[in-house]
Design a protein around this ligand. Structure first.
Ligand code: AMP
Length: 419
């Protein structure tokens, strides 16, 4: 076969069945968990004013390097969403729903990243956000929601790591201590991390470079700089998770990629995936983001889970396989008339799944197609049967005998065989 003229652009993929049906089922499972927890769905636009995303923080890679920004014909500066939280906050400020506002979402996000397994330029997320409450029990409930969701998919190799980033006021003394520590390390710190240090000392903790590991390990910990309120909130989240039997590990170096987090942050890591792409989800509190978007000083907390990566983790753990969305009946019609057209319509209207052959193929070719289709039953009609207003129903996946039935009895006969 000649190479196609066009293929999907790097970092994007065509999702085909059965991946698409698994994805739909995954989203339905998530929607069910979120609905049970009192969340309503939000469908924000896929692109927004560039500035909505810039508010996420300019030292954030997602904003500074990975944003798909463009100018439209009306000279508006726009960008494809790299995540949903900023859009949800923007929508909150615009519509001012009653609080606490609980919203869940599902859909694609876009980042200009170097594509590899589990890292794409268009990928899907499901997530949930709550705006308008400081209650740390919400942090616990959100984490538990994600945890129960992973469990429902059958994943058992997902770990939860949590941390607190304290309040905005806790940061300056901690950042000063951190800057002093990293500056004292001099050239022992990698050049990349020295550059990061200039922009955001917190992000140096994110460095995965071996050269930096020792210096990071001995860095000051935010836990020693927390306000009493932030420390009490973190204690309550941990107590809540223990109460709900959600296992976790506190990881003081977990800062996450986005700048807007305050207090609780968390990440779900799959041990079934390679370490560079093993984060299957994450989130945290963002008590300043709504205000940064021109809204009231209302707090928020939420998470996003990567759908593509979660499915990869399911593959690697051998769970949440594609369900058999096979056919109930396959119609084989050698009358040369309208029998197949009418019969599949009748079967489908009865709520069963039916398909047929096309292009006037031979009986043998149609039977082959029926077997290949995975259908449970073949419904066969030739000139003889048509003249008697009858059909043959032949089980394809059991030893039961084939039967001849009146056309008007087709649906009950099918139901009988399918049971
Ligand atoms: P983040 O907003 O970066 O915390 O992303 C939340 C989740 O989305 C991550 O834990 C990943 O599972 C997923 N994710 C983020 N970026 C990508 C990407 N480029 N490709 C696939 N999944 C991604």
């Amino acid at each position: 076969m000649a190479a196609p003229t066009f293929t999907a652009t790097p970092g994007t993929r065509d999702l085909l069945n059965p991946t698409t049906s698994r994805m739909r089922e995954l989203v339905e499972t998530f929607a069910d968990e979120a609905t049970k927890a009192g969340f309503g769905q939000i469908v924000p636009p896929m692109f927004e004013d560039l500035d909505v995303f810039v508010r996420l923080g300019e030292s954030t890679d997602v904003v500074s390097k990975e944003l798909y920004a463009f100018t439209d014909a009306g000279e508006r500066r726009l960008a494809l969403r790299p995540e949903f939280t900023a859009s949800v906050c923007r929508a909150y400020v615009q519509h001012r729903p009653t609080t606490p506002w609980k919203a869940w979402y599902a859909g694609p996000a876009f980042r200009q990243e170097k594509a590899q397994r589990g890292r794409y330029r268009q990928f899907d997320q499901v997530g949930a956000e709550v705006i308008g409450s400081h209650d740390p029990d919400l942090d616990t409930e959100l984490i538990a929601l994600a945890w129960r969701f992973y469990a429902r998919l059958g994943l058992s190799q997902v770990r939860l790591v949590i941390n607190t980033l304290g309040d905005k006021a806790d940061r300056p003394p901690f950042l000063d201590a951190l800057t002093a520590h990293f500056t004292a390390a001099g050239d022992a710190l990698s050049a990349e991390s020295r550059a990061t240090l200039e922009k955001n000392p917190l992000r140096v903790l994110d460095s995965k470079r071996e050269q930096d590991a020792e210096i990071i390990a001995t860095a000051p910990a935010l836990a020693d700089f927390l306000s009493d309120e932030a420390a009490a909130a973190f204690d309550r989240v941990q107590a809540g998770l223990r109460l709900l039997d959600v296992p976790f590990v506190v990881e003081p170096k977990l800062v996450r990629g986005l700048d807007y987090y305050t207090r609780t942050t968390f990440e779900f890591v799959s041990d079934a995936l390679q370490s560079a792409q093993n984060a299957v989800g994450g989130g945290g509190r963002y008590d300043g983001l709504v205000a940064d978007l021109g809204g009231p000083a209302d707090p928020g907390v939420g998470f996003a889970l990567g759908v593509d990566r979660t499915l990869l983790a399911c593959d690697d753990e051998g769970v949440f396989g594609a369900s058999d969305a096979e056919l109930d009946a396959f119609v084989v019609d050698t009358t040369g008339e309208f029998a197949a057209l009418r019969l599949v319509d009748t079967i489908r209207r009865a709520g069963l799944r039916a398909d047929r052959a096309y292009d006037g193929r031979s009986m043998k070719a149609q039977m082959k197609a029926a077997n290949r289709s995975g259908a449970s039953v073949a419904v066969i009609v030739g000139p003889d049967e048509a003249a008697a207003d009858e059909l043959v129903v032949r089980p394809l996946r059991s030893d039961a005998e084939q039967r001849r039935v009146a056309t008007s009895d087709l649906v009950p006969a099918l139901r009988g065989l399918l049971d």
